[in-house]
Design a protein around this ligand. Structure first.
Ligand code: GAL
Length: 830
């Protein structure tokens, strides 16, 4: 056992002992549901849940992520279970490190939160192959996600492993654990039509399987209209207020409220505003919803080769309330927290109260909930224009695309369009402080380029075949890379001889590097959303009389994760591979003898592992720049402090990065996001879709890559190793940390503003005006009226503090003389 493995084991043992001591006496809960809500020990509940996928962060991050979720008003943490992470080889399980599901669920429990376990085991989730292991595909006779015995047997086997593990550690609520809900399958309803009757039978089988585990907690199926009773069908989407469960005895639940969107290489950065997200949540509770889950609350990082799609970026930030690194993404985090606190305070009336809707036309509705003489109201306006409504004897303005909440049906306490929380602007700063930046010292080595020897032999081939084979079938997903190698003879009597010859390769993704006689002749990659392409290159000048070799290195960027029969999507060189002259195919090489070689030489020799003793040492000096297939290595010091650490890989092309031998994912800063569709302003009103309000047009899709602190040596030296595929220059690579740069806010009178520079202190007040200011962060302007004392009050309360609380009122900030409702604009430097 290696040192690392023994540490992991020791860690696990400590956890097991601690957990046994902590949880053996936990209260067993009776979880059920009725047509209104989930019930816990017989009481109806409002549950606000947030998705955090355990392998997208590290065990060291989990406690603070879950803590911040709890602080944000989250009651439950939802996660999928990732089959291919846990069973990378058939029958060989891995629950270590980021895959330690038991530790994750226990961390949730320790914080006193509930857990929702979406076992799937199909998960979608922009995860490689939707969570399925590729070995599954290679089982004879298998068909995924339908009534197919081979598939169902494996699905049952894996689901049982998970259920039994959870049971063994007493993690279900009925055992005293935190898991209150479990999910089987995932959005099967979206694709069921393609499977005919077998699909219907499969759904029934899934339900029976789930119920056979006898967990005494409710099971759900999302986006599954015909989920059989007692399984609850739930909604996924940007808005779920109009969703109706398929039984009046099931509560209205929303399993995926998309807080933003995922990114593919070439995509812009998503922005779903806090106002719109809060509007969607407000409407859901207005219309009788009682459980909703943010997908994602913390998106995190696709470490290693876990991103699917294909083409999903390494960052899975998702524009979630906690950003990729776990920092509070404000104002989203805070605006939602206020909403959660309020909705939770109305739990009893919302789950037991009598409901009454009053329609005002123009998509404006007042909804009251009345229970035991107490009433709470929602006023919702789903049009863009503001509306006045008269309720009781009072007239209220309900802003366009907003929901107002009046816990006593008289006083508006919250409006989804009025953001009273701060906006935090984060910056990335080099970890090398001071004016003198010591350049990183780089070492390098070449990746071996394969080509057939004159005898036609290739060492270490996976196999040979007289046809072109699918990449994932051959690699079994052990690498992104597969070599396709073949040879041919050219004689004087060949119809190709003396012609203008072109090599033409049709490939099904995602990247192709072509070599002729050991020389690189070109590389090409797919464009986002279109994964097959044709590579063409004139090769006449390089052809040899006699023996010629063609080596094609095909690289995948994650496997498909969505759609009916997605498991059969072709990847790799499926051909034809042809030699063309004068626009005609002269020779089709597709059924030549092809040699297959899985992975890179450097992967096999573990160039990424700094502890590996290599036969040939790394090179110093003559650093190759803009050269493909180069491995680079450098060292850096662990930045002090506790801020998130990232590496800026600007200048690099595309490849894979490791820190201290641990993969931090694929990188591709040279892939720019699309040029069009960004604008500097964003109107939150109107239905959100992923392109709306997007940012980052024309810039690197992803330039910064997260290095979890636990991957670093405390106060010591670390090794960064890169495999560069297209060619880049590592000279500008920089290790950085994130920190708050400035904070802005524009709260309305009547609210309390909590200002925070997180771990830093508020050093300077840049702007203050209490009255009728306008503008946004960095461009705030005074209006026609303002208080003369607001600045000094705020200076007094905030400067030199990490956080301060400001009551936004004339009483506290001084009278303004304004006729309309006062507002405070404030900008501080951290
Ligand atoms: C849903 C799916 C999730 C995720 C999401 C988009 O349809 O259930 O797993 O893929 O879309 O982020």
């Amino acid at each position: 056992m290696s040192y690392r493995e023994s540490l992991v084991l020791l860690n696990c043992l400590c956890w097991a002992i601690l957990a046994l001591a902590l949880f053996s006496s936990a209260e067993k809960l009776s979880v059920s549901y009725d047509g209104r809500a989930l019930t816990i020990n017989g009481q109806r509940k409002i549950i606000i849940s947030g998705s955090i996928h355990y392998p997208r962060s590290t065990p060291e991050m989990w406690p603070f992520l879950i803590d911040k979720a709890k602080e944000g008003g989250i009651d439950a943490i939802e996660t999928y279970v990732f089959w291919n992470a846990h069973e990378p080889q058939q029958g060989q399980y891995d629950f270590s490190g980021n895959n330690d599901l038991v530790r994750f669920i226990r961390t949730v429990q320790e914080q006193g939160l509930y857990a929702i376990l979406r076992i799937g085991p199909y998960v979608c989730a922009e995860w490689n192959y939707g969570g399925f292991p590729v070995w599954l595909h290679n089982l004879p006779g298998i068909e995924f996600r339908t009534k197919n015995k081979v598939f169902m047997d494996e699905m049952e086997k894996f689901s049982t492993v998970i259920i039994n593990t959870m049971k063994d550690y007493e993690l279900f609520a009925s055992q005293g654990g935190p898991i209150i809900i479990a999910q089987i399958e995932n959005e099967y309803g979206n694709i069921k039509g393609s499977y005919g009757q077998a699909g219907n039978e499969y759904v029934k089988w899934c339900a029976d399987l789930a119920l056979s585990y006898d967990l005494s907690i409710p099971w759900i199926m999302c986006q599954e209209d015909d989920a059989p009773h007692p399984i609850i069908n739930t909604c996924n989407g940007f808005y779920c207020d109009q969703f109706k469960p398929n039984s009046k005895n099931s509560p209205k639940m929303w399993t995926e409220n998309w807080t933003g969107w995922f990114k593919a290489w070439g995509s812009r950065d998503p922005l779903r505003t806090a106002e719109d997200l809060a509007f969607a949540v407000g409407r859901f509770f207005q219309y009788g919803g009682t459980l909703q889950n943010y997908y994602m609350y913390h998106g995190g990082t696709n470490f290693g080769r876990t991103s699917g799609g294909p083409y999903i970026t390494t960052s899975y930030d998702y524009n979630a309330p906690l950003d990729e690194y776990g920092n509070k993404a404000q104002p989203k985090w805070g605006h939602l927290k206020q909403l959660h606190d309020l909705v939770k305070s109305m739990e009893e009336v919302l789950t037991y109260g009598e409901v009454n809707h009053t329609e005002y036309g123009h998509l404006t509705t007042a909804t009251s909930y009345t229970y035991k003489g107490k009433s709470s109201c929602f006023f919702g306006n789903a049009e863009n224009g503001d509306r006045d409504i008269t309720y009781g004897n009072t007239t209220y303005k309900v802003r366009g695309w907003s929901v107002s909440i009046l816990p006593d049906c008289k006083t508006e306490v919250y409006n989804t369009a009025e953001v009273n929380t701060q906006t935090t602007i984060w910056e990335k700063v080099s970890s090398q402080v001071g004016n003198f930046k010591e350049p990183m010292q780089w070492q390098w080595r070449d990746e071996k380029i394969e080509f057939v020897s004159r005898e036609g032999e290739v060492a270490d081939t996976a196999m040979t075949a007289n046809r072109l084979l699918d990449q994932k079938v051959l690699t079994n997903d052990s690498s992104d890379y597969l070599w396709y190698i073949t040879s041919f003879h050219l004689s004087g009597s060949d119809p190709l001889f003396g012609k203008n010859v072109t090599l033409r390769v049709k490939t099904s993704g995602h990247i192709l590097h072509a070599f002729l006689n050991g020389r690189h002749i070109g590389s090409q990659h797919a464009q986002k959303d279109k994964y097959s392409f044709v590579f063409e290159k004139k090769i006449s000048d390089l052809l040899l009389y006699g023996f010629n070799q063609i080596s094609l290195l095909s690289a995948t960027v994650g496997l498909a994760n969505y759609g009916a029969h997605f498991e059969n999507s072709e990847v790799g060189v499926h051909g034809p591979v042809e030699l063309m002259a004068d626009g005609e195919t002269i020779r089709n090489l597709s059924s030549n003898e092809w040699y297959y070689k899985v992975g890179l030489d450097g992967e096999k020799s573990e160039f990424f592992n700094p502890n590996c003793q290599l036969m040939e040492p790394w090179n110093y000096g003559n650093l190759p720049l803009n050269q493909n297939f180069v491995w680079y290595k450098t060292t850096f010091q662990t930045p002090s402090g506790s801020e998130a650490v990232i590496v800026d890989l600007m200048g690099m092309g595309k490849g894979h990065a490791w820190v201290n031998g641990l993969s931090i994912g694929r990188y591709w800063p040279s892939y720019l996001s699309i040029e069009n569709g960004c604008s500097s302003s964003c109107d939150f009103r109107g239905a959100y879709s992923d392109g709306k309000c997007a940012t980052n047009c024309g810039k690197p899709t992803q330039r910064w890559y997260h290095i979890p602190r636990s991957y670093l040596n405390c106060g010591g030296e670390n090794t960064l190793i890169l495999f560069e595929e297209f060619g880049g220059t590592p000279l500008d690579i920089d290790i950085q940390t994130t920190r708050v740069k400035k904070v802005c806010a524009m709260p309305y009178a009547g609210s309390t503003l909590e200002l925070s520079c997180h771990d830093r202190t508020i050093s300077d007040i840049k702007f203050v005006s209490f009255g009728n200011p306008h503008g946004t962060c960095d461009s705030f302007q005074k209006g026609s009226c303002e208080s003369s004392t607001a600045l000094s009050v705020i200076e007094e309360a905030c400067v030199g503090q990490r956080e301060c609380s400001i009551e936004v009122s004339e009483k506290n900030l001084g009278s303004t003389g304004c006729k309309k409702r006062n507002r405070l604009a404030v900008q501080v430097t951290c």
